[in-house]
Structure formats: structure tokens, C-alpha cells
Design a protein around this ligand. Sequence first.
Ligand SMILES: NC(=O)c1ccc[n+]([C@@H]2O[C@H](COP(=O)([O-])OP(=O)(O)OC[C@H]3O[C@@H](n4cnc5c(N)ncnc54)[C@H](OP(=O)(O)O)[C@@H]3O)[C@@H](O)[C@H]2O)c1
Length: 376
Amino acid sequence: MASSEDTAATVTATAKKEALGWMEWLRGWFYLACEMLFQRIMASHLQNPMPLPPLNDLTCIITGSTSGIGRETARQMAESGAHVVMAVRNTKVAHELIRKWQDEWSGRGLPLNIEVMELDLLSLASVVRFSEAWNARSGPLHVLINNAGIFSIGEPQKFSKDGYEEHMQVNHLAPALLSVLLLPSLIRGSPSRIVNVNSIMHQVGFVDPEDMNVVSGKRKFTSLVGYSSSKLAQVMFSSVLHKKLPAEAGVSVICVSPGIVQTNVARDLPSIVQAGYRLIPYFIFSAEEGSRSSLFAASDPQIPEYCEMLKADEWPVCAFISQDCRPTNPSEEAHNVETASKVWEKTLQMVGLPLDAVEKLIEGEDVKCKYEAHVD
Ligand SMILES: NC(=O)c1ccc[n+]([C@@H]2O[C@H](COP(=O)([O-])OP(=O)(O)OC[C@H]3O[C@@H](n4cnc5c(N)ncnc54)[C@H](OP(=O)(O)O)[C@@H]3O)[C@@H](O)[C@H]2O)c1
């Protein structure tokens, strides 16, 4: 018969973790403070802009490329010869940007090869429409950069039309759906890459797979909770995807941290705080500096080999490249394989995909998404 001590031990072992431990939380904030204060020193070996190899053979989809880091990433990849697809919700702004870039570029080489496609990550039906339109071309996709993101600082909790907390939908659920649905094109373009623009803030994130919307009342919602949880969920999902993709598929999955970057991400802050933000340029990266980790992950020739090495070593997390373009280790919680597996299942369920979607797509089979027939 089990003793009361055994029973207590079992209860402790199976007790559900409801938040980060104090040490994990303090460590997370310590890493965040270090990034804020020392990112420029840590990245002092990098050139700005980052020199890129010729990318003429690459087709690259970049979400959220009308502003900040995504906009810089798109411009630089196009100037290096890549066929860039700006996947954006404001197509007018994207067309204006292309005109401006073409004018500035004229005479320096071939015309830029950029196109615009509409994508609103607050609508899972829009993600399905985008993926169907892209896959229907039956062409290769070499790089998908899931860059678009929101951090609605100080805003109350909001939900998408699909019923999901907005940070979780824009920063994790919609990019996860996009990555899975575009697998046929990525496999066609292999060796190919999925680059997820993540954040050092995942270090203070915690995900309860049974409460991805943070509505149970167990945790108080703040925009910081919404943002950091969504970024951690993305690392966990990416780690499982990385393990599920066999070497033969030739698709690498990478998360990157751009650093602390001066962009429109702080647009919801009061204007006085935004003014203060601009007064500390030494510590904060420009968008051009912030785009280096995405550009590195998208173009460095050693990335696929590094990802395969992690897989062969059965490392529990996917590749994570920090703002100084060096591989780093994501948070301790990101290594929680049990939670990561639950986040994987919950995510597929929330985005309306079957649990074996990835396996089916690798086999070349069709996969139905619940949001296919949805009209916004
Ligand atoms: N800036 C930082 O310090 C920092 C630090 C760590 C990580 N990051 C990450 O870097 C990524 C890029 O952010 P950023 O700093 O460059 O911010 P940004 O200047 O605000 O750019 C965000 C982009 O995402 C797009 N976007 C937002 N909601 C969308 C939706 N529902 N559908 C489609 N596109 C949408 C925006 O389009 P609209 O202009 O149409 O809204 C914009 O193009 C994000 O994932 C962010 O979390 C940023």
C-alpha cells in the first residue's frame, strides 16, 4: 500500500504548474534587463546594415512588412535580389513603400522583385485564403518570416472575431496556422526555413494550455501577460514542429529575438512615454539593426545544418537566434516538453486543424481546416 509520503510525492509530481517559479521569473527579468542595457555591446561585432549574400534564387514571404523590423527585412532582402512577398493587412501602404524603394533603388541594379498579398492575422479565414492562394501557384517557397506582431501595451483584454485573445491570435495562433498550411510550398522549396520573430519577453512568459485566452481568472490579464505568453507559446509550438519535420522535408524552424527596437510596436504607449523612449537611442536598436537576426536566420548557410544538429541531439527546443545573431537558449519553461506537447495539440485544435495535419501534409495528402469555409 502507498504511504502518505508516497501519495504526497505523487500529488506534487502531478500538480499542475500554474505560473513561473520565482527564480525563473527573476531570471527572465534579468535577461530582459541585460538585453535592454547591453544589446549594443553584445552585437558590436555585427555590421549595420548586415551584408547579405545574393538572394536571387529565394522567394520569401514576410508578414507585417509595412512597418518596423518587417519593413527593413523586406527592403533588404529585395535589394539583395530575393522575390519578396509582403503579406500585409494594409496593402495600400505596402504598394506605396514598393514605389518608394523602387525609386531609391533605380539605377543600382535590376528592378526590385516585390509583390503584395493581403493577410490579416486577426482572421484565421484570411490566413486560410492567403495559404490557398499561395499554394495554388504550385511554386516553391524558400523562406517564411512570421514577423507581424502586436503588443497592445496598457490596453484592456481584447478578442478576435475567432474568439481568441488578440496577442495569442496575432503572435502565435495565426502564424502557426500559416506555417502549417504553407508546408507544401516550403517542402517544394526545400531547403527552406520558417523564421519566427520572437522576443526576449518569452523569458517572462507562461502558458497554461487549458487557458490560452487567459480567461479562467487564475491569472490576471495584462498586456504583458498576453504578449509574453504568446511569444512563449510560439517557441513551444515551433520546437514541436521542428521535431516533427523529418530531415528529408528540408524545412528548418528558427525563432529569433530582434532585440529592443525602436518601431511602431510601442504605438499604444502614452505619447510622453514614447517621447522618453526616443530619448534613449543608445540602448535601443534602429529597425535596421533589429532586422539583423531575422536576415541572419533567413540567409545564413549554416542554419539548416545547425537545426539538424539540434534534432540529432534530441535537443528539446528549436534553434533560437538572439539579437546578436548568435544561437542562444530559450527560457527554462520553453524546455518543458510536456507543456509544449499540450500547447501543440491545443494550438492545432484552436486553429481548426486535425492533430495529424503535419504528418498528412508531409505525405502530400490534403488537410482540411475548419476556417476554410468562413467568410469574414
Ligand atoms: N520592437 C521591439 O522592441 C520588438 C522586440 C521583440 C520582438 N519584437 C517583434 O518583432 C515583430 C515586428 O514588430 P515591430 O517591432 O516591427 O512592430 P511594428 O512596427 O508595430 O510592426 C508590426 C507589423 O505587424 C503588422 N500587424 C499587426 N497586426 C497585424 C494583423 N492582424 N495582421 C497582419 N499584420 C499585422 C503591422 O501592420 P499594421 O501597420 O497594418 O498594423 C506591422 O506591419 C513582432 O513580432 C514583435 O513582437 C519587437
